[in-house]
Ligand binder design. Structure first.
Ligand SMILES: Cc1cc2nc3c(=O)[nH]c(=O)nc-3n(C[C@H](O)[C@H](O)[C@H](O)COP(=O)(O)OP(=O)(O)OC[C@H]3O[C@@H](n4cnc5c(N)ncnc54)[C@H](O)[C@@H]3O)c2cc1C
Length: 481
């Protein structure tokens, strides 16, 4: 007889593993099915290993600029790509093991294999089929094997994989996805990055700091197209200064492959074509949900543009079936997956006061140099919604801590509803803004107004003081500029 659970979760990424732990905390009998690696893309091939690479880039940058801080470093400082990649992979492995430990601690069963829905409340776990693009990790000990399993509630948390443009498909050798970009065997001399979203620009930043000749091609009119235009333009100026070549309103229309290089045909807005030759190319044109081979069609599960359609609590159109994380649509971010997981489980458990997901309050962070972080509406979006707004700005050049750190290139921009004073957007660029943004996220979650923020005391000296000054500036009261 099939083993029965309260909840079965397909996929152990940030969506799946958080759902499993929350369900176990609430006394449910839980199993997670995983086919590749515990902890999903985030820990193995996404958020964490990229930040490890970027940390190496930061340290290299600091060492190269030691003189600015009155320090003399003897000898040459050069990156050892094998050691940098080994550090990043070691950290990914540690994260992977951490999720295994949490499952054991919370008595979550792991079923190893590929899950497919057979009928409502039932899955068949079998061997891996296509499409699968990511390398497999170690199979944890004491896992359950292939077979049929049943549950009252089934949550799909199968994540996403790199999107490929027809004719420019990644081949893993000359045209990379994030998998190959994460573990180069040797450093290319030149690199073309197609797409300047968070993934593309983080890799562009990493490789440029490592000394690689980097060209970024972006089809839209700004780098990091979802960000506020002013913040994006500020960041671009810094990238330009670092020697990154950025082509906006341009698209790669064709790629010719050589023995050890590519030549990209880059079509500009005016119709001209620039041919750019580079050792390697990264295709970073987004991700698509892993919705194939899951048996969704058989159950009539609604999908839209490669993702499963859900309501604010993760429910699909099929009773007892839920979806969370990347497979349930944008923004494709780990913290969105985790929050959706908690909402979904608490709703299943019938807890009171479960709030549906509010996508406006999901922060976005990009760990390039300089970092970019935001939450809420951009100025353009607020205006497009017909809202009357007040906008405040404050530059890092007027902040003592930023100057002391040698990190004076940055700014904070805040957007308020003119009528109510409610904070409706915050956009930051500069050092450590990915840590600062959470202050504004909490403020927005509490529906804070400019008055509340002005009454809040910010510690001195910190870069966070630029946040308060930006609020003051929106009301013509900035004190340090
Ligand atoms: C290079 C890169 C950098 C990133 N950086 C950040 C960042 O800084 N911050 C951030 O918030 N987000 C970042 N992301 C995005 C983040 O990784 C994802 O949003 C997050 O991993 C989504 O979690 P998930 O649980 O939905 O899916 P995933 O993490 O993709 O996990 C899904 C799991 O499901 C398994 N699976 C799929 N199909 C089946 C099946 N049929 N049976 C069994 N198992 C299956 C997969 O093997 C996988 O382990 C980054 C992504 C990339 C690629």
């Amino acid at each position: 007889m099939a083993q029965n659970y309260d909840v079965i979760i397909i996929g152990s990424g940030p969506g799946g593993y958080i759902a499993a732990i929350r369900a176990a905390q609430l006394g449910m009998k839980v199993a997670v099915v995983e086919r590749e690696h515990l902890a999903g893309i985030c820990s193995n091939w996404g958020c964490i290993p990229t930040k490890a690479l970027l940390r190496s880039a930061d340290v290299l940058h600091s060492a190269q600029h030691a003189k600015n801080y009155g320090l003399t470093l003897e000898g040459t400082i050069s990156p050892d790509i094998k050691a940098i990649v080994a550090r990043s992979r070691g950290i990914a492995e540690r994260m992977n093991g951490g999720v295994g430990f949490l499952f054991k601690k919370n008595k979550v069963d792991i079923i190893w294999g590929e899950a497919k829905l057979t009928k409502p409340g039932e899955i068949l776990v079998g061997p891996i089929t296509k499409p699968i693009v990511q390398p497999q990790g170690p199979i944890p000990k004491n896992t359950l094997g292939e077979g049929t399993y049943t549950a009252k509630h089934i949550i799909i948390a199968t994540g996403a994989r790199p999107r490929a443009l027809p004719g420019i498909e990644p081949d893993g050798k000359l045209i990379w996805t994030y998998f190959e970009a994460m573990k180069p065997e040797q450093m290319p001399k030149s690199l073309l990055v197609m797409g300047s979203g968070a993934i593309g620009i983080e890799f562009a930043s990493f490789y440029r700091t490592m000394g690689v000749d980097v060209t970024v091609v972006e089809v839209l009119g700004q780098v990091m197209p979802v960000e506020d235009a002013e913040i994006s333009a500020f960041a671009k100026k810094q990238f330009d200064k670092q020697g990154m070549k950025i082509l906006l309103e341009a698209k790669v229309s064709k790629v010719e492959k050589g023995a050890d290089s590519i030549t990209a045909h880059v079509e500009k807005k005016d119709g001209t074509i620039e041919k750019i030759t580079a050792d390697r190319m990264i295709s970073a044109v987004g991700v698509v949900g892993n919705i194939e081979n899951l048996g969704l069609e058989g159950l009539g599960v609604k999908t839209d543009r490669g993702c499963i359609v859900i309501d604010g609590y993760g429910k699909t159109n099929v009773p007892g079936l839920y979806a969370i994380g990347d497979v349930a649509g944008p923004p494709m971010l780990a913290h969105k997956a985790e929050h959706e997981a908690v909402i979904c489980i608490e709703k299943i458990a019938g807890l009171p006061n479960v709030h549906p997901m509010d996508k406006l309050k999901i922060p976005g962070c990009t760990y390039c140099n300089p970092q970019v972080a935001s939450v809420g509406l951009t100025e353009a979006k607020a205006k497009a919604e017909g809202r009357e707004i007040r906008v405040g700005r404050f530059p890092f050049v007027a902040n003592g801590k930023a100057i002391a750190l040698g990190e004076d290139q940055g700014m904070v921009k805040t957007i308020f509803d003119k009528k109510t004073g409610e904070l409706i957007g915050a956009h930051l660029v500069g050092a450590e803004v990915t840590e600062l943004i959470q202050g504004f996220v909490v403020a927005m979650n509490l529906e804070t107004t400019e008055e509340d923020l002005m009454h809040t005391i910010f510690p001195h000296p910190t870069i966070s003081e630029t946040m308060k000054e930006s609020v003051l500036d929106a009301y013509g009261r900035a004190l340090n500029a």
